[in-house]
Design a protein around this ligand. Structure first.
Ligand SMILES: Cc1ncc(COP(=O)(O)O)c(C=O)c1O
Length: 313
């Protein structure tokens, strides 16, 4: 379904001072609407949907959601109808929702109270009755079936990395990406989840996908929300711009920008032993940068492919 994504060495003086070797797994370059962790998480769910021969994919997300973007784009490519329940009292007009409609996704607003029920059995049963012959995908594509796709990414990295890895680093939203990585780790490897939302209970969240025994050994969590999920303060914006100027890599304001900023802060603080080998996962999310720029009147770097897509609208 997708080719391997590139594996790129990041050379930076902040790293060389401490003899840290850093690589990025460039899943953002996988291309198409589901670049980043989305294609990894959705691959086996879509395979299952195809197997069940459903006509419609039904899922959930916010008004700038990377996940809705991925499902709408993949649904159109696969010839499936798509329905997106949007966490909002009405559907806002923005670059993301415009593109979702363009791909034919039917958007239905769900106020915050109802949205909270999106995992209740009775709510899901009602949805299934309303959308006959459909396949329900949880918010963020985060289900047990997301695991094998993420695990495949780790297998790719092992083939691509010339040396033994000490730490994997990823953004943490629902925890599914981190759980998939942890499920595939070898005894002496660790994964660091950078929590981009306030007030999460990461261990409980991870346990939904991964048995408790694997947790303590391998999983570490840090807060990297910089004021809250939808916030991207000036210090993060300026990190994203500088990272792009120096390395030519676009980072998004909500996930990967915060992860990389926090990772460099931890390195500066000496939290990683000298000589550590770190692999940071670029989980994509760059479609969201366009909407973020528009909303806040800023100009964070965006890949050409995404600019072109939005300019067609
Ligand atoms: C770009 C991006 N990175 C990281 C994440 C967090 O992944 P997870 O929800 O699996 O923790 C998300 C949300 O799914 C995302 O859109």
């Amino acid at each position: 379904m997708q080719d391997w994504s590139p594996f790129q060495s990041v050379i930076d003086e902040r790293l060389s001072d401490r003899e840290i070797r850093l690589w990025m797994k460039r899943d953002d370059l996988l291309g198409g609407p589901a670049s980043g962790n989305k294609i990894r998480k959705l691959k086996y769910q879509l395979r299952q949907a195809k197997k069940l021969n459903v006509r419609t994919l039904v899922t959930f997300g916010g008004a700038y959601s990377n996940h809705l973007f991925a499902v709408a784009g993949l649904g159109q490519a696969l010839g499936l109808d798509t329905v997106g329940y949007v966490r909002s009292s009405s559907i806002p007009k923005n670059k993301t929702t415009n593109q979702l409609r363009k791909w034919g996704m039917k958007l239905i607003p769900l106020d915050r109270e109802l949205y909270r029920k999106k995992e209740d059995i009775s709510f899901l049963r009602d949805l299934q009755e309303q959308h006959l012959n459909s396949y329900l995908i949880p918010e963020g594509g985060s289900s047990q079936l997301a695991m094998p796709g993420i695990q495949e990414m780790v297998t790719e990295i092992r083939e691509q990395c010339p040396t033994q890895i000490d730490y994997f680093v990823c953004p943490f939203g629902t925890g599914a990406t981190m759980a998939g990585i942890a499920a595939e780790l070898r005894y002496d490897e660790k994964v660091l989840g950078c929590m981009v939302l306030k007030g999460l209970e990461p261990k409980e969240m991870i346990r939904r996908f991964l048995p408790a025994e694997s947790l303590a050994k391998t999983c570490h969590f840090v807060e990297a929300h910089y004021g809250g999920f939808a916030k991207c303060p000036a210090e993060v914006q300026s990190f994203i711009q500088t990272f792009y100027d120096v390395h030519g890599i676009c980072l998004d304001p909500l996930y990967t920008g915060k992860m990389m900023k926090h990772l460099f802060e931890l390195i500066d603080l000496g939290r990683f032993p000298r000589g550590s080998v770190i692999v940071a996962i670029h989980t994509g999310g760059l479609q969201g940068t366009a909407g973020y720029n528009e909303r806040f009147g800023i100009n964070l770097p965006i890949p050409k492919e995404i600019l072109n897509l939005y300019e067609e609208n």
